[in-house]
Each structure stands twice: as C-alpha cells, then as structure tokens.
Design a binder for this molecule. Structure first.
Ligand code: PHE
Length: 343
C-alpha cells in the first residue's frame, strides 16, 4: 500500500457514490468503505506494514479519504430523505407485508330491523312519520279506547301478560294510534314500529315477543280504496313488482269494516310451498276503517273525520322476504346464520 493506491481508492469510492442513485445503493457504498469490515478500517489496520518513512503521509491520506467520503455520504443521505415523499418513507419502514392481516367483523343489521327500516322508508315516501309508544301499556290504551269489549277473549289472561289489574305488556301496536290521536289534531299520518307481547306457545311461526308496525291515516276523506291502494303500493315496493295482495273480510273491534290481508308467497311465487303451507299466500296482518267509537274515545268527531288503520307482522314479512322457515331462528342470534342470511 502506498500513497498512490490510497488516492486511487478514494477516487473510485467517490465515483461509486456519485453513481449510487437510491438510498439502498448509497448505504451499500457506506458499508463497503466505512463499515466495520469496510475498506477504510482495513487500510488503517494495514498502516503498520507501510514503510516508516511513508507512514505519516499515507496515514494522513487515509484520514482525508475517510473525511471526504463521510462528508459526501452525509450530503447524499440528506438529499435522499428530502426528496423522498414522507408517506412512502413511513409506509416503507412500517409496513410488513408478511404479517397476517387483522380481520375486523363489520357486523350486519338484523333482518327484523332491516324490515322495519324498509317499511318506514317506504311509508315515508307516502308522507307518514314515525310515532312511538310504551311497551308497558294501560288497559285503557290497549283495549278500552280501541273499542274492545270487556269480555273480549283477547283480554283473557291466556293471551295478555298482565302486570297488575291496570297495566299490561301491549299485545299490539294499536295503542299508539290512541296515544297519537290524544295529543294531535287531525290530519294524522303515522307509522309506529315496536315490540308486542302475547302469551303464545312458541313454535315455528309463533313467539311470545314479536314486532308489529302500525299505520294510521286520518283526514277528512279517506276510504277503503286508499287503504288497498297504499298497502298494494307498499307490498310492491317491499317485495318486488310481482307480489299480489289479497284482502279478506274480518273483524276487529277498532275498525269497521275490517280486513285481513295476505301477500302472495315470495318463495314459491304463489305456487304453494312449506313456507306458505301450500296456500300460495302469507297472512301479514289486519286493517280497516277506524271505528267511530275509537274517534270518540280520543275526542275526534266521527262525523268530520275518517281514516284507515293497519298492522303488520314484521317477523312474517322477514320470513317471506328472506325465506326463513322457523321464527325462532330470528331470536337465537347466531351471527353465522344471520350473516349468511343477509349476505
Ligand atoms: N292490532 C291488530 C292485531 O294485532 C291488527 C290491526 C291493526 C287491525 C290496525 C286493524 C287495524 O291483530
């Protein structure tokens, strides 16, 4: 090793650094020359083999080499971080593509809530707003004001969960009709979703706790034709353009005339299947024109106003919409089942 060879090495190191065009290449030059096993430490170690006369000059040259290269390296490294966009810098250093990802279960809406939201959205387009009432009701709101005779079988202990001799768990959402009309003058156009309770033995199509949506439309001129038209419009929006709606005469104490209405079975398109018990139809609930006695109970004049009311069973609709054969599946809350149902 002599002065000349050290100078040559310095030149080639600087040339290599000039040619390095990215951070990794610059780092490679540093390691090759200044790293622990790099060329410059090796030259230093070799200094003892240089002739004594030349040793100071060669030593100074090696030091100068180290200093120049270090300065140039620092400059290049600084320029490199300045030009590199910071996002890439952190993403590059933090992101390890070999790590397994963290899976987050996003969750999904329950079919019962989904149907309620759909019903509310559709009736909102007809000008209905959402009303609410308590689950614990008075006998007055759940029965008396709804023109239900004192000896009506639905009041029976068999059907109703009585809390004491005045309060009960509402058996239907119809008491919300009374609560709304008690506090509001006509016109009224409300939709009221909520839980209902009946002492029913649980089986594939019955549950002691279920959901209804109540509808009430009161104005000066409302007819059964409005009821039929609005229910049919609703059915098509909810189930698709092919669904058929059937109205059958029925009796409710709080409507006159009263009907029950069915949708054609969504599953078999009315051909008959297990879901519709081979009839091609699924019963949704009841409806009718508000009884004059109900208007009197809330202080409306039945000579001046008329209206229609309807109920609908939410679980029934969820079952036909999603093809569910057992109502109990809706309450078990097995997330795997709910997920594959909604998709
Ligand atoms: N409340 C009735 C039921 O639960 C349904 C209904 C609502 C009927 C409104 C007529 C009018 O069966």
């Amino acid at each position: 090793m002599d002065l000349e060879s050290v100078k040559k090495k310095r030149e080639s190191a600087l040339a290599e650094l000039a040619a390095a065009d990215n951070a990794a290449a610059i780092e490679a030059v540093r390691v090759r020359y200044l790293g622990r096993n790099g060329l410059i430490p090796a030259l230093m170690k070799n200094l003892k083999n240089v002739a004594v006369a030349e040793r100071p000059a060669v030593g100074r040259e090696i030091n100068a080499f180290k200093k120049t290269l270090s300065t140039h390296l620092r400059e290049r490294q600084a320029a490199q971080t300045a030009t590199r966009p910071p996002a890439t810098a952190s993403a590059e250093s933090m992101f390890d593509s070999s790590l397994p990802g963290a899976w987050r279960q996003p969750g999904s809406r329950h079919p019962v809530n989904r149907v309620i939201e759909d019903v509310v959205d559709i009736f909102a387009t007809l000008g209905f707003t959402v009303a609410d009432g308590p689950d614990i009701e008075t006998e007055h709101h759940n029965f008396d004001a709804l023109n239900t005779p004192a000896d009506h079988p639905s009041r029976d202990i068999q059907d109703t969960f009585w809390l004491d001799d005045r309060y009960l768990l509402r058996t239907q959402t119809s008491p919300v009709q009374i609560r709304v009309m008690e506090r509001q003058k006509p016109p009224v156009r409300i939709i009221a979703p909520g839980r209902c309770y009946r002492r029913d033995a649980t089986d594939a199509t019955h549950s002691a706790n279920f959901h209804q949506v109540e509808g009430l439309y009161v104005d000066q001129r409302v007819s059964l034709a409005d009821l039929k038209g609005d229910i049919a419009y609703f059915a098509r929006r909810l189930m698709g353009p092919d669904v058929k709606v059937r109205f059958r005469p029925h009796f409710f104490p709080f409507t006159e005339p009263s009907v029950e209405y069915d949708f054609s079975c969504h599953r078999c398109k009315g051909q008959g299947c297990r879901l519709c018990k081979n009839s091609g139809w699924i019963e949704i609930s009841g409806a009718g024109m508000v009884h004059p006695q109900v208007f009197r109970a809330v202080g409306y004049d039945p000579e001046c106003v008329c209206g229609y009311a309807f109920g609908m069973g939410i679980e029934r609709i969820a079952m036909i919409k999603y093809g569910i054969e057992d109502i109990r599946l809706l309450y078990e809350n097995d997330v795997r089942w709910l997920e594959q149902l909604i998709g």
